[in-house]
Design a protein around this ligand. Structure first.
Ligand code: IDP
Ligand code: MG
Length: 156
């Protein structure tokens, strides 16, 4: 079944500080996904708590909330065929040493506390996370790109 989706992706503060923004964007573009939203954000405590609410109460929660506020993130919305699972595949496992070589986390990270990139894990979390960082009128979907060519081919 054709599943056109959108997802929230962020280059985390360690990824921004290490100059990995272009590299990460390139991998999503190369895959054929469509960039429809992009901005740098200094995450506020409120945004951090909303974003990572599912982890509240876990041992690493406070450190995670601090980490996501330790510098600007690059917040993005990507659209395309099965973009949620496709982007999780591009990112690799949460623990970089368990991630497949060739994924972002295996290629650019060593520890789960600094794993350079975030991506939504379901349609519901994608819509919830997009709404934390973007107004709908900030998203630019009105242009042709490879993602639509892929979907059109599926319709034949
Ligand atoms: P994900 O980013 O692969 O979706 P989640 O389980 O949603 O992984 O966790 C969110 C983030 O919290 C991870 O990317 C990682 O930076 C951090 N994290 C997850 N588990 C641990 C842990 O056990 N210790 C420390 N940090 C963790
Ligand atoms: Mg997650």
């Amino acid at each position: 079944m054709q599943t056109e989706q959108r997802t929230f992706i962020a280059v985390k503060p360690d990824g921004v500080k290490r100059g990995l923004v272009g590299e990460i964007i390139k991998r999503f573009e190369n895959r054929g996904f469509k960039l429809i939203g992009l901005k740098m954000v200094d995450v506020t405590p409120e945004m951090a708590e909303k974003h990572y609410g599912e982890h509240k109460g876990k041992s690493f929660y406070n450190r995670l909330i601090e980490y996501i506020q330790s510098g600007p993130i690059v917040a993005m919305v990507w659209k395309g065929y099965d973009v949620i699972s496709g982007s999780r595949q591009l990112m690799g496992s949460t623990r970089p040493l368990e991630a497949q070589v060739g994924t972002i986390r295996a290629d650019f990270a060593l520890v789960k506390e600094y794993n350079v990139v975030h991506g939504s894990d379901s349609v519901e979390s994608a819509e919830r996370e997009i709404a934390i960082y973007f107004d709908e009128n900030e998203l630019c979907d009105e242009y042709d790109n490879m993602a639509e060519i892929v979907i059109e081919k599926l319709d034949d």
